[in-house]
Design a protein around this ligand. Structure first.
Ligand code: ZN
Length: 597
């Protein structure tokens, strides 16, 4: 089969549900309308929310108006962000996206009084209002707003921060995206000189040929090393910005805002991360087994993602579609139907293009607008896993959108990875059942274990590294070398002596977009993975009884705290043994692998 046929050439998303193009005059109309309604909102509600005579009815009207406004402005915003992600190098899209960010910032600045006043409502009155049935659907959102009460600044200060962020934090995020997506990599593949995009060269990390893997890894990281002057500056500025923010708001530590927005306590996350670290031994043991499987004395850093066993054949986009829909359908009919929508209605952009944002994502912005998925599909099993993962998000978004309005729509970060990781587990289960050859099973088991490692272990390691750099970066501008040193320390705690990394890989810290985009996001992956392993064990125990419970969890979107959701499922996430349960499952997978070998 030709290389081109294996890729998803021409599989682009259809964005006509938004506007006809970035030049569509309807965009301006939407913005004008939103601006007028924002001014009306301010006129009607400003200074009235903090009032001692505030009624539930008036507060409800305010929340609904605010939510409606937000929804209106999100449509052109969402559109511009998708156009930009699809072609970061397009000047028109860059301008449009930036213009929309300014408009959104203006909207946030004008309406920032609202959340401030909500936090200013007197405690007694607030409690009374919450008991009112008319506010029941916004109860959780209102409580969530008040969580930040001790850390908010005056309205004027908040407005200045929002506006200055555009040329500060937000600008660095944009710079990182534009800059790294402009990277191309020159490499000789099968005797031919090629210029590859980031996703293309990264797919070679999984090449069965050791020389190719090595070359790809070296060239890829060398590019980041070459550009470390810019990349370390971006990371330094992101850290500095956050440290200024924490100082002004009096956050005692830099990770606290993330915990608050996730509605988890520091104790819960510290317990989880501690249990993860105590289980690092599993990682070390696994990579020693992997070295044996590859008939090597010891793994090199470029062998980490080498395929083991028999690589399942590469699949065309059409074959992948069939396989993915069948996988979701075998779990539940409604899941299968939902997955199909994404393919049939062109909600997925899967082709490989220069200038397209790297990695993959599912963007569900508002329940009124269905989610969109971006991936760069190249026919490998790992690409099928990626699309399945993003579809898990997509189905979660669709389900939540059915029952929740905008303010309750987004699950908290720690729950956001639940459906995606669960979807991957279903795929693994199915593959292990269907494949009959020992070598193919070894492939799936190792792939699945490495996937779990990538989330349960590695993302905690990322978070520990992030804590380190925020601590050091608060005091001084860090050099690329200092970032590398801290990186190596945390990396080696996890891999121990099981892997010899190359020098170029010391620049790994500069490739992780989450460090730039959403600080401390990474622990949410570990949380979700271990939470899913617990869910998955429940599923295995009582399949049919489990599915309605699981759907219910997805329908909830962000309308409940994770601690409450967990309690409803009978999980106690404050306990070490809850988290350890996930690792016992991982150990059992490792034993299964050792058994086959
Ligand atoms: Zn995800």
């Amino acid at each position: 089969m030709r290389e081109e046929e294996l890729k998803a050439k021409g599989v682009k998303w259809d964005l006509s549900c938004f506007y006809s193009s970035a030049k569509d005059s309807a965009i301006q109309k939407t913005i004008k309308d939103a601006e007028k309604r924002t001014d009306d909102f301010v006129k009607k509600f400003k200074t009235k929310i903090e009032s001692k005579t505030l009624t539930a009815g008036f507060l409800k009207e305010a929340v609904e108006t605010y939510e409606g406004l937000y929804n209106t402005i999100l449509k052109p915003m969402f559109y511009s962000s998708l156009l930009f992600a699809g072609d970061c190098l397009n000047q028109e899209y860059q301008d449009f996206y930036q213009r929309m960010q300014t408009i959104l910032a203006n909207f946030s600045a004008k309406t920032t009084f609202f959340e401030l006043e909500i936090t200013g409502i007197q405690d007694g009155l607030f409690k009374k209002l919450l008991k009112d049935d008319s506010l029941s659907s916004y109860r959780h959102w209102l409580e969530k707003v008040r969580v930040f009460k001790p850390y908010l600044l005056s309205e004027k200060e908040e407005q200045v921060i929002i506006k200055k962020d555009l040329a500060g934090k937000e600008a660095f995020v944009r710079l990182f995206d534009e800059y790294t997506s402009s990277f191309s990599f020159d490499l000789e593949v099968a005797g031919k000189k090629k210029t590859l995009t980031g996703p293309e060269i990264r797919s070679l990390f999984q090449s069965p040929d050791r020389k190719t893997r090595k070359k790809a890894v070296m060239i890829y990281y060398a590019k980041y090393k070459e550009n470390s002057l810019v990349l370390k500056a971006i990371l330094n500025d992101i850290i500095k910005d956050h440290s200024i923010d924490c100082e002004m708001r009096k956050y005692p530590d830099p990770i606290l805002p993330t915990h608050l927005s996730n509605e988890v306590t520091r104790e819960i996350i510290d317990t989880m991360m501690d249990v993860v670290q105590k289980n690092y031994g599993i990682v070390k043991e696994y990579y020693k087994v992997k070295a044996k499987l590859l008939k090597l004395n010891k793994l090199a850093g470029y062998d980490l993602r080498a395929p083991v066993g028999k690589t399942p054949k590469r699949r065309t986009w059409g074959e992948a579609k069939k396989m993915i829909i069948e996988t979701f359908s075998s779990f539940d009919k409604e899941f299968g139907e939902s997955a199909r929508l994404f393919f049939d209605k062109k909600w997925i952009d899967a082709e490989v293009r220069k200038g397209k944002r790297g990695g993959a994502f599912c963007a569900g912005t508002s329940p009124d607008l269905h989610p969109f998925i971006l991936a760069s599909y190249m026919g490998n099993m790992s690409d099928i896993y990626t699309v399945t993962h993003e579809l898990g998000h997509g189905i979660h978004d669709l389900f939540a959108g059915r029952e929740q309005s905008l303010l309750n729509y987004h699950p908290p970060l720690v729950m956001a990875e639940t459906a995606s990781v669960f979807a991957e587990m279903i795929l693994t289960d199915r593959l292990l059942k269907e494949l009959t050859s020992k070598d193919e099973k070894i492939f799936v088991l190792t792939h699945s274990l490495e996937d779990i490692f990538g989330t349960a272990f590695r993302q905690t390691m990322y978070t520990l590294f992030e804590l380190d750099i925020h601590k050091m970066g608060k005091e001084k501008q860090m050099s690329a070398n200092e970032f590398s040193k801290l990186w190596i320390k945390r990396r080696d705690e996890m891999y121990g002596d099981s892997v010899d990394f190359t020098e170029e890989q010391e620049y790994f810290w500069s490739i992780v977009p989450h460090f730039i985009h959403t600080r401390f996001y990474c622990y949410a992956y570990s949380f979700a993975e271990l939470f899913v392993l617990a869910l998955y064990q429940e599923y295995r125990k009582g399949r049919s009884a489990f599915i309605p419970k699981y759907k219910n969890l997805l329908f909830k979107g962000g309308s409940d705290k994770v601690t409450d959701v967990a309690k409803e499922l009978g999980f106690d996430i404050t306990r070490r043994d809850f988290w350890q349960g996930g690792f016992d499952f991982i150990s059992s997978l490792l034993n299964e692998l050792k058994g086959i070998v």
